[in-house]
Design a protein around this ligand. Sequence first.
Ligand code: AHM
Ligand code: MG
Length: 315
Amino acid sequence: MPDTLNNIAKQGENGATMMPIIQGVGRAAIEIAAVLRGAVFRGALGEAGGENVQGEQQQMLDVLSDEIFLEEMRSTGFICAVGSEEQEELLVIEEYTHADYLVLVDPLDGSSNLDVDGPVGTIFSVVKRKSANSERPHVSDTLQSGRHVVAAGYVLYGPSTMLVCSVGSGVNGYTFNPAVARFEMSHADMRIPATGGYYSVNESNKDKWQDNMGDNLRRLKAETGLGMRYVGAMVADMHRTILKGGVFFYPADNKNTTGKLRLLYEAIPMGFIMEQAGGKSMSKDIAVLDIVPEALHQRVPVYLGSEANVDSLLG
Ligand code: AHM
Ligand code: MG
């Protein structure tokens, strides 16, 4: 009998409390995957007509995925609030304001890939509230460094749907098995190879990069001979980086002067996964997980990969 998401209860000291929340992520993933597959037939591809807090055009599928994810978090009964890329303010779950945990989420990451049937993902992390359970959860409850993350992970909507997660005792990958309609463990104890793999970055921004990153990349290429892959969806680029090795990065540039990727629901969850997989997660001169967040939608530069490659890039 293969291990399912039930197996998370046996992982580390937080597994038992995190299992129902990650099962909720799993249910959301199954629904989102189904919506993605049928989107073209429902006229659900394309822009929703609104902008999110980042001033980016929301796609209809961004909005639908956000609704699905929120509903599944509500149904767990363990989540008091959700901070989402698609919502300017923290969303308090009114029925469960006393619950212990908050979730940070990018419900549909890489949504610019939708028009070309490319891979997209969901990224999430879970933190315990700082405020008393008798109080209404507040955005300050989300502003905790990655060292306080209790669980994190991502879903990759590719040829198969995969949920990769960690409760702080290594990383496991579960693949949705349509024959039995559940996630089954397919990638136990995922570890990033120390050498080899690919560098992954939007190199068209090279002339705008800050922090000498153009020169540093030239050196990394000369030292390692790494090949290049870039999907433009962080989940897909990270997943390949963990499985094959190398480094994924999005530096600050003259347009995105503090970086493009969001700290709370992109950099921290992926940083957590990368460290749990034996890799390194930096935001220039500080570990991603050591940054104390100041705002829900804060952006940071991100360098995630094998230790030698991250060090070489930042050296
Ligand atoms: P999104 O959350 O609006 O989809 O933006 C995040 C995405 C990441 O998935 C990806 O790594 C990056 O943006 C790609 O950006 P670019 O197109 O500038 O290379
Ligand atoms: Mg995103």
